[in-house]
Design a protein around this ligand. Structure first.
Ligand code: AHR
Length: 532
């Protein structure tokens, strides 16, 4: 729909005044000068069926993510497998649909054979990615077993750094072939009768980065990825494969890397990966109103990488539309040292998140939802202890601030993602232009009639209203209205003070065809509505 039509449509739907001054590249947004944000929630405007894989996460052999995080034999909190029961319970409660493993940078020097078979025969090795000691007491079979216990699906990465396509295909055979071949029979000898049937696979990690073991030029990686993909599919035709895209938009090779890689492997893969970590320093000079707009930069990254995919598709005259796997995203900028000093389970990247980080994470989730037509897999990086929503000590699990927006999306975003129309007052942000104060994503589940609105108020000082209009079947009941906010944007949760930043209930407006939500200053709010 063109800009003019969109404006007419919005005005028609909202049947109210308020001049629309301009529109933006940001999806569905039109700028207004004042007044409440106006939102058209038309359930006939569906952006995409929600693929819950976009709410995935990530566990790397890094720091205390695996050891002391999910696996701690000897702990009174561990089960007979050594899995931390309290952590499993948290992850089951969250309902994380898919988890990427074992890296990350770690995977580019990891030899999966080291991590299978009798534990007393597994080597202790130097992990050169994080200068840590890897005991290999937790490997592929333990991870799959843990996934079952945690109610999630594995997304396995293969080593295309110092590993070969041959060995990547061997891992697929080990995991997915029932029996009767060298690697499947090895799995059975290791006591695992049934195949794991792992569907999703990453072809290496961040191969554009000089920090990556086995880093190589784009064309070379593209050829290696294509070779690995063909060998892996020869073992199991049903696998879904992710090629490594650019590590982040500030790479000097950004977009060119993606183009050159895809020119070699477009026909052989299903996804290209995107990664991104945000900070409130170099990108913003510490200005939180700019920080809270950064999810729109993620929006731009998605559009740019999608454009490269479609360019290569055009070159190749392919009928296939490549999907995006945003398989590392988060806030990360304080706990930067990646040197494990040759310790096992060192304290690395143990970022402590604050309120403003949680608000941005909420915005990033909104962006992923708005692009659910193209992004089909995404992973919050990571899950436990390492740049994570959850942290462990000897006797507890802590929920960091970013846990809450992630949990809301996992619990309440269901069914279909709506193509909302939003008209909002805005403010200027360098490089991003006019940024709406109110950022909204919404889902509607036709099977239950439930709807969910996820609303970010970027205004640091003032309450903002979101006036939502339903041209179709209106909500009949408010099932819940909660917000994450507080007086101190820098407030964090700690083991001593675990509840400094937690959701609070809000007074709900009366359910109906027009509802006005009052969004507190600097807040992220979830509204759950019933229509039946
Ligand atoms: O998630 C931490 C690290 O960030 C990953 O190992 C790597 O892929 C990225 O650079």
């Amino acid at each position: 729909m063109g800009t003019t039509n969109r404006r007419d449509f919005l005005n028609h739907l909202l049947a109210a005044g308020g001049a629309i001054a301009a529109s933006s590249w940001y999806r569905g947004f039109a700028q207004t000068t004042a007044g409440p944000a106006r939102v058209a929630f038309d359930t006939s405007r569906v952006r995409a069926d929600l693929d819950r894989h976009i709410l995935g996460s990530f566990l790397e052999h890094l720091g205390r993510a695996i050891y002391d995080g999910i696996y701690e034999p000897g702990s009174p909190l561990a089960d007979t497998n050594g899995f931390r029961k309290d952590v499993i319970e948290e992850i089951r409660t969250l309902g994380v649909p898919i988890i990427r493993y074992p890296g990350g940078n770690f995977v580019s020097g990891y030899h999966w054979q080291d991590g299978v078979g009798p534990k007393d025969q597994r080597p202790r090795v130097l992990d050169r990615a994080w200068n840590s000691i890897e005991t290999n007491q937790f490997g592929t079979n333990e991870f799959i077993e843990w996934c079952r216990a945690a109610g999630t699906e594995p997304l396995l990465a293969v080593n295309l750094g110092n590993g070969s396509p041959e060995n990547a295909a061997a891992l697929v055979e080990y995991c997915n072939v029932p029996s009767g071949t060298r690697w499947s029979d090895l799995r059975r000898r290791h006591g695992v009768e049934s195949p794991h049937n792992v569907k999703f696979w990453c072809l290496g990690n961040e191969m554009d980065g000089r920090w990556q073991i086995g880093h190589m030029p784009a064309t070379e990686y593209g050829l290696k990825a294509a070779d690995a993909a063909r060998q892996m599919r020869a073992v199991d035709r049903s696998v879904r494969l992710v090629a490594c895209g650019s590590s982040n938009p500030s790479m000097p090779t950004y977009l060119e890397w993606d183009r050159q890689v895809l020119e070699q492997c477009y026909d052989d893969v299903d996804f290209i990966s995107l990664h991104r970590y945000f900070n409130n320093t170099s990108e913003t000079n510490g200005d939180t109103s700019r920080y809270l707009a950064l999810n729109l930069d993620m929006e731009r990254q998605i559009l740019e990488i999608a454009a490269v995919c479609d360019y290569v598709r055009g070159l190749r005259k392919s009928t296939k539309r490549l999907a995006l796997s945003f398989d590392e995203w988060n806030v990360w900028y304080r706990a930067n040292s990646g040197d494990g000093h040759r310790q096992t389970a060192p304290h690395l990247l143990e970022e402590v998140y604050n309120l403003e980080d949680a608000l941005l994470v909420g915005g990033l989730i909104n962006t992923l939802l708005r692009h659910a037509d193209r992004v089909h897999v995404a992973c919050l990086a990571q899950l436990v202890n390492v740049i994570a929503p959850l942290a462990t000590n000897n006797d507890r699990v802590l929920r960091h601030t970013i846990y809450y927006p992630y949990a809301w999306a996992l619990h309440h975003a269901r069914g279909q993602v709506m193509d909302l129309l939003l008209e909002s007052a805005s403010y200027e942000v360098p490089r991003l232009g006019q940024v709406p104060f109110v950022d909204i994503a919404a889902t509607a589940d036709p099977s239950t009639g439930e709807q969910c609105l996820l609303m970010l108020n970027r205004d640091l000082n003032a309450e903002r209203e979101a006036a939502v209009n339903w041209p179709g079947a209106p909500p009949t009941r408010v099932l819940g209205l909660e917000t994450l906010t507080g007086p101190d944007l820098k407030a964090s949760n700690t083991f001593d003070q675990p509840n400094r930043v937690t959701p609070q209930p809000l007074d709900a407006p009366k359910a109906g065809a027009k509802m006005t939500f009052k969004l507190p200053p600097h807040s992220y709010t979830v509204a759950r509505l019933a229509t039946a």
